[in-house]
Design a protein around this ligand. Structure first.
Ligand code: AMP
Length: 223
């Protein structure tokens, strides 16, 4: 099964993606993480992607699709996976279907209002080593500014700064939001409320995934 997580930056895709990975054993594939790793390693692809990411725009489809193709070739993705941050354009959705046509698909749109996501992104912190994500308000590290797992100093993502966040939200509305209609037309769209706690969001997703796995998942709103 392929679970596609949709929703604006800060809606909780990464956090619930991690939980889905643990509960359902589906590896989480996050193109943002793959790209940040490529940038850090200064690969040719990373060097090309960096300028787009720093400005809050989308990295060109061909670069992102190449990364996803490589990742899907890994053995752990054969039985299904959770996609976080991909596809972000209709063209990427078409590429995904061509890359791996066998998977049953479920798309989950995590809805969160703008004030909530802006607040979350302002207080989001990241471990640069293991990519664990914290939130200074709702999910603080045990020790100030330090990762619980490897004690690395937490950082704020450059693109979580207010002006870039506004740009990312505009890009989301223009280029990614149309995917909601795309997956609705395919009959695989589910929508959940993402402005509450992580537990509240995951509880809705769990209902959907359990129903889909049991073979009764029709398009629905879990509210
Ligand atoms: P994220 O960690 O998902 O917020 O992604 C961080 C940045 O990586 C985005 O603002 C984009 O610049 C880039 N990015 C991540 N995924 C994609 C994608 N599927 N298509 C294009 N750019 C992407």
């Amino acid at each position: 099964m392929r679970v596609i997580l949709l929703g604006p930056p800060g809606s909780g895709k990464g956090t619930v993606g991690d939980i889905i990975e643990h509960v359902y054993g589906l590896p989480r594939i996050a193109t943002g993480d793959l790209l940040r790793r490529a940038v850090q390693a200064q690969t040719p692809l990373g060097r090309r992607a960096a300028a787009f990411m720093g400005r809050g725009g989308l990295v060109p489809d061909d670069l992102v699709v190449a990364l996803v193709r490589e990742r899907l070739d890994a053995g752990d993705a054969q039985g299904g996976y959770v996609l976080d941050g991909f596809p972000r354009t209709i063209a990427q959705a078409h590429s995904l279907e061509a890359l791996d046509p066998r998977q049953r698909e479920v798309a989950i749109d995590i809805e969160a209002d703008e004030a909530t996501v802006v607040r979350r992104l302002e207080t989001r912190r990241l471990c640069p080593r293991c990519t664990a994500v914290y939130n200074l308000r709702s999910r603080p590290p045990r020790r100030d500014d330090v990762c619980d797992d490897d004690e690395e100093k937490l950082i704020q993502r450059d693109d979580d700064r207010p002006d870039i966040v506004q740009k990312r939200l505009r890009v989301y509305h223009q280029q990614t939001e149309p995917l909601i209609g795309y997956y609705r037309a395919k009959g695989i769209l589910h929508r959940v409320a993402g402005s509450g706690t992580v537990d509240e969001t995951f509880a809705q997703i769990r209902l959907i995934l359990d129903r889909v796995l049991a073979g009764t998942g029709k398009e629905q709103t879990a509210r």
